[in-house]
Design a protein around this ligand. Structure first.
Ligand SMILES: Nc1nc2c(ncn2[C@@H]2O[C@H](COP(=O)(O)OP(=O)(O)OP(=O)(O)O)[C@@H](O)[C@H]2O)c(=O)[nH]1
Ligand SMILES: [Mg+2]
Length: 229
């Protein structure tokens, strides 16, 4: 059996979590994966943590509730600390990332150190995103292109070998934890698995001007890091 810890950061995702858990554990089904889901919730006011606790009676789910240092990237890093498997995955809770690709992403790690669920690899795409989001996403990806050699540097859906992040220091702000990991570890052996990214159907988006601003600050830091290392 291959053990996998799948980290799902959540903030106000109570409608999505039951659907996500059902699809994830169905997708993994009778495979060789022994998957635990780590829901890392920032004390969501909608009661996401309670929903996750209820789901943990039916599925192998652990719930981590954070009350300080809120934010998506620190939540994922907290998940790393609790992951007990040799393989770690990260996935959004809002069903934008197809759980049906988990097996393919984990299989890619037989040959690679890191596997990205990519919207921009041949066969990947984005569904139902308004034009402005596509333009912002393409622009943001362009700005990150010199930092990493992946087609979708903005992806939040990825799997990696835990030993490659153990003992490493990360200092991300905002949403782009994958970019932080790839730059700081210098991992080069990266596989890309095309995905169809669907816009969230339920719950509210947390993205806004602040997140875009944080991205630019984060990028500046990463360029400074790359130049000095
Ligand atoms: N723990 C934690 N999770 C967060 C935080 N902000 C966002 N998330 C989760 O991170 C994932 C990605 O956030 P989204 O709001 O879907 O961001 P996005 O996909 O860029 O934008 P939309 O899908 O349009 O909302 C989701 O599972 C969110 O619930 C946060 O501050 N803390
Ligand atoms: Mg989303």
């Amino acid at each position: 059996m291959v053990k996998v810890s799948l980290i799902v950061p959540t903030y106000n995702e109570k409608e999505n979590l039951p659907l996500l858990a059902e699809r994830v554990f169905k997708a993994v089904g009778e495979s060789k994966l022994d998957l635990e889901m780590l829901v890392v919730d920032d004390d969501s006011p909608d009661g996401t943590a309670k929903v996750a606790e209820d789901l943990s009676k039916k599925y192998p789910i652990k719930v981590i509730v954070r009350k300080t240092d809120k934010g998506l990237s620190p939540a994922v890093l907290e998940g790393f600390k609790h992951a007990n498997s040799e393989i770690i995955g990260v996935m959004d809770a809002d069903l934008s990332h197809p759980p049906e690709k988990i097996l393919e992403l984990v299989k890619a790690l037989e040959k690679a150190d890191f596997a990205v669920g990519s919207r921009r690899a041949p066969g990947g795409c984005v569904e139902n995103w308004p034009l402005y989001r596509r333009i912002i996403s393409a622009g943001a990806a362009l700005l990150a292109r010199p930092l990493v050699k992946v087609s979708d540097p903005m992806s939040g859906y990825f799997f990696l070998k835990k030993k490659l992040v153990e003992g490493k220091e990360f200092n991300p702000i905002g949403y782009k934890i994958m970019l932080e990991i790839l730059v700081k570890t210098g991992i080069k052996n990266i596989a890309e698995v095309p995905i169809t990214f669907k816009d969230r159907a339920l719950g509210k988006s947390k993205i806004g001007f602040k997140v875009y601003k944080q991205y630019l600050t984060h990028l500046a830091r990463l360029y400074a890091y790359k130049i000095s290392s």
